[in-house]
Every structure is written in C-alpha cells, then in structure tokens.
Write a protein that binds this ligand. Structure first.
Ligand code: FAQ
Length: 311
C-alpha cells in the first residue's frame, strides 16, 4: 500500500465519506473492522446467556415477555453484526471458529454470573446503558454497513435500558429485602460495567488508529466518563449507593471523579479466568455442534435447488 493510496483514503475519512464494502481500503482498516465487528457480534450472542438464564424464572408474565423480547433482540443484533463483518470478506464459520478457539474475544461483562432477578434489572440499566454510550457514536462510524446496523441496534438497546431501570425502580421501592437485592446487584455489576469500555487510553493498543480512521469517535476513557456522569444521578434517584468511596462530583472538571479500576481483574476475565468463561464457551460450542446438521441440510437444499434451476 503506497503513501498516495493511504493519503487518499485518509482524505475520504476526513471528509466524512462512508466507506462501502467494495471500496478500496487499507488492509489494517479492514482487519480492525473484522476484529471489532466480529467481537461485537460474539458479545451480543454470548450476551444472551446470562439473561436467558432467567427467562423461565421471571416474576410475572409481563416481565417474562419483555425479557424474552430483549434476549431475542440481542440475537438479532448478533446476526446483523455477523452480516456486517461478512461484507469485509470473512465468513461466519471463520468468526465462530475464532470465538471457540479463544482467538476472538467477546465482552468481559458476560463472564459474570446472574445470581438473582435483580441482576436482570442491573444488566438492563448498566450493561445496556454502557452499550448505548459506546454504540451511539458507532452510528457515525466510517464503515457504512457497521454504522447503519448500529442505528437499529441503538433503538432496541434504549428499550432494554429502560426495562432494566424499571426493574431496578420496582425493587428499590419494594420491600427491604427487594431493595437489598437491587443494592447487591449494583454492588456486583458496577465495576464490571466500567470495564466494558476497555483499558485506559494509555493501554488501548488499537485506540489511536481507530480514532484516526473514525471507526471510534471517542476514546475508551471518554466514553467511560460519560457513562459515569449519566448513570450516577440515576442510581441516586433509586436511593442506591455505588460501591466506590471515591465517587464524587468534581465541580472544577464538571465530571464525577471515581476510584481506580481493578485492571488485574479485567485482564484475568478477558483471558478466560472469569467465573463463567468456560461455561459460556461450552454453551456456544454445543450450539455450534448441535446446529451442524442444520447448516449441512441448508447447504444440501440450496445445492439441490441450484441444480434444478440449471437443469
Ligand atoms: N472485554 O485497544 P483496545 C453488547 C480488548 S455490548 C473484552 O482499547 P478497541 C450489548 C480489545 O478487544 C458489548 N475484551 O481495543 C448487550 C483488544 O483486544 P484484541 C460489546 C476487551 O477495539 C448488552 C484489547 O482489549 N460491545 O454486547 C474489552 O480499540 C446486554 C485492547 O483494547 C462492543 O463490542 C472488554 N470489555 O476498543 C448484549 C462494542 N475491552 O482485539 C447482551 C464495539 C477491550 O486486540 C446484553 N467495540 N478489550 O484481541 C468497541 O467499541 C471496541 O472494540 C472496545 C475496545 C471499546 C470494546
């Protein structure tokens, strides 16, 4: 790739042109997108598991219907995202193999267990809240298919966030035991939610390049701060306490200050050492193996139709 090509590509990015699948693009740009979109897709699909765990135990028919719809939405997001990645010349099989072999990551957050019903509230409020904060700017990502997929995804995430917050509100205004459940869920999910935004900017190996190519519009730390600023008043409205003694409004900065993140925990979970990593991958492997005959049957059917058309 010569200098002139890279400069012309950067000029298109700087002019806010959308890059489309058949446009020439630097190999690094393509690879970065395959990595990020693939990992994002895996996160959506693995992300169905912690909440799927509670569908049969939702406390009412209304809660069950909403949770079922939410988990189905996440499945849909995964499918749009796999399709967006496929436009870059990578197959669904390849991406799945990379997930199962541990080469491709998925969000650290889905390696924590969902212990009580309040966790479903906390996930909607915090995890979907963090996902929206990260994904709204991705609607303006320079790569067209990813940006367009994010528009619909964000609308659905916004419904998810509200259903989660409403569960938290109901518990926080319920019996003492229910309020304790809500507090316990906030205690366990708060720090992992902050970790979703990724390492500090100084340790973000892909950050600068992705910002330059306008794949990312804000850095990991910028989005994390926006999330803290938006979420703390919501938690105060619930009458709950955040598990961070250093969390405090900083008048001068116009932002909340917060305590240090446990990066050892983050990397341990990312590298497979979280409570649920093994179980999550085992569930995906089983789904992939159990679906083998369906993929084979669909291919055989398509082949038969093709042969008939050509006969
Ligand atoms: N977990 O250089 P950076 C959802 C990895 S929301 C695991 O800063 P980058 C909705 C990173 O991949 C969750 N790994 O990387 C939902 C890289 O490793 P690599 C999914 C992480 O890409 C809600 C290394 O660390 N959302 O699913 C994490 O510039 C409820 C260095 O990091 C997205 O994926 C992490 N938290 O920035 C579903 C959004 N953070 O690839 C169900 C799109 C970092 O070299 C229920 N992705 N790493 O092996 C992004 O915006 C970016 O990829 C970041 C990371 C911001 C996640």
């Amino acid at each position: 790739e010569d200098e002139a090509f890279l400069a012309a590509f950067q000029a298109r990015i700087d002019a806010e042109d959308k890059i489309e699948p058949n446009d020439p693009m630097p190999e690094g740009y393509r690879k970065t997108l395959v990595r990020q979109i693939g990992q994002h897709a895996h996160s959506e699909i693995v992300g169905m598991l912690p909440e799927g765990n509670w569908i049969t135990r939702a406390p009412s028919l209304r809660r069950k219907a909403a949770l079922l719809a939410k988990v189905q939405d996440e499945g849909g997001h995964g499918l749009y995202l796999y399709s967006a990645a496929e436009t870059l010349g990578v197959s669904r099989e390849q991406m799945t193999e990379e997930l199962l072999s541990g080469k491709a990551k998925y969000s650290s957050i889905f390696n924590y267990p969902t212990l009580t019903w309040a966790d479903i509230g906390a996930i909607g409020w915090l995890v979907d809240g963090a996902a929206i904060m990260n994904q709204i700017p991705l609607c303006r990502c320079s790569y067209g298919p990813y940006a367009r997929a994010m528009i619909r995804v964000c609308k659905e995430e916004s419904f998810h966030q509200r259903q989660g917050y409403e569960i938290m509100m109901t518990l926080a205004n319920g019996t003492a035991e229910q309020k304790d459940m809500a507090q316990d869920a906030l205690d366990r999910w708060w720090w992992p939610s902050l970790m979703m935004f990724g390492p500090h900017d100084s340790d973000s190996q892909h950050g600068d390049r992705s910002m330059k190519w306008k794949i990312k519009r804000f850095t990991n730390d910028e989005l994390r701060q926006k999330f803290v600023d938006a979420t703390v008043p919501q938690g105060e409205f619930l009458g709950l306490t955040f598990p961070d003694p250093e969390l405090k409004w900083n008048e001068e900065r116009g932002h909340y200050d917060f305590g240090p993140i446990d990066w050892d925990e983050f990397w341990r979970v990312v590298k497979g050492g979280g409570t649920m990593n093994r179980e999550r991958i085992a569930a995906r492997r089983k789904a992939w193996d159990d679906g083998k005959w369906v993929r084979e049957a669909a291919l055989a059917h398509a082949e038969k139709r093709r042969a008939r058309r050509e006969a």
